[in-house]
Write a protein that binds this ligand. Structure first.
Ligand SMILES: C[S@@+](CC[C@H](N)C(=O)[O-])C[C@H]1O[C@@H](n2cnc3c(N)ncnc32)[C@H](O)[C@@H]1O
Length: 277
């Protein structure tokens, strides 16, 4: 190993040791954070005038307010349109048509995204709705609310400009119809953007809007949280979903034994669950 790679590897090891020390007591899954969060922690350390990760770990132990801020500091903000395409194929072919057909015309289908990042996920739903559902069910209506703790993400979401890599799973015909090239990236059409209502929310503290028919909570609670924290957030989510409504997780996530009384699998591989409440 050359000196440069040795240095990189040892930096990662030190950060891992830091995560192993600070995450488990706060019911956070240290294995999931890794490199993406390292830079945010370092800039917080410099801001506080501390000398490194271990001094910051001591500071966290001595300052409960700083410790409460830790999940926010470590958070990972990565997303893509139609991330994990099999899920979106199934939503377009089965789930959304069935929901649109069964839903009373008097009330829009309520869809909530928790941890919506820069809007890629809720806009994927609005793209599907506009292209696949509206032409077949012209009377059906949808209300999409998207929430995130990160104001920068929400501002980006409202602006609707995306770098090319976040569009790599967007079907070509949708890209041609709804995105315009701009400044080396792509701007999403206003008609699709206007279908999503973005709001700031800290899931750990704030109330969720109730009576949801479908909730997306992908790569947040069921990846980064553990123990009582995870169980409490799972319960909070189940309480905001109508009886029989759906919870959608990421492909690498699952409902664990501690949440099995709240949700049952509708599609085990695609991580689609039904609210059992
Ligand atoms: C890894 S991204 C997942 C984005 C998207 N759901 C997906 O799967 O592509 C996690 C998102 O959750 C947000 N987040 C983290 N902690 C949160 C909290 N306490 N309340 C609300 N959002 C949070 C982050 O800001 C980030 O945008």
């Amino acid at each position: 190993m050359t000196g440069y790679y040795f240095l990189l590897a040892s930096r990662e090891l030190i950060f891992d040791e830091f995560l192993k020390r600070v995450c488990p007591p706060r019911e956070l899954n240290w294995r999931k954070y890794r490199r993406a969060s390292r830079r945010s922690v370092l800039s917080r350390i410099y801001q506080l005038g501390l000398r490194g990760f271990f001094e910051y770990a001591d500071y966290l132990d001595a300052n409960p307010l700083e410790a409460a801020f830790l999940p926010n500091l470590l958070k990972v903000t990565v997303s893509r349109f139609f991330r994990e395409t099999e899920l979106w194929d199934h939503l377009a072919a089965d789930i959304l048509p069935a929901m649109a057909a069964a839903h009373p015309a008097s009330r829009p289908l309520q869809v909530l995204h928790i941890g919506c990042c820069n809007g890629e996920e809720p806009y994927s739903v609005s793209l599907l709705w506009k292209n696949e559902i509206e032409p077949v069910f012209p009377g059906a209506r949808i209300s999409i609310t998207a929430m995130d703790i990160d104001q920068t993400c929400l501002d980006r979401a409202r602006q609707g400009w995306y770098p090319r890599k976040t569009l790599r799973e967007v079907p070509v015909e949708l890209q041609k119809k709804w995105f315009e090239p701009e400044d080396g990236g792509w701007r999403l059409d206003e008609e699709i953007r206007s279908m999503v209502n973005f709001t700031k929310l800290d899931l750990l503290k704030d109330h969720l809007p109730g009576q949801q028919d479908m909730v997306f909570c992908r790569y947040l609670v069921f990846t980064y949280f553990q123990g009582k924290r995870r169980r409490e957030m799972a319960r909070k989510i189940s309480e905001c979903i109508n009886p029989g409504g759906l919870l959608i997780l990421g492909r690498k996530e699952s409902i664990g034994s501690q949440e099995q009384d709240l949700f049952t699998a509708v599609h085990q591989n695609l991580k689609i669950y039904k609210n059992e409440r």
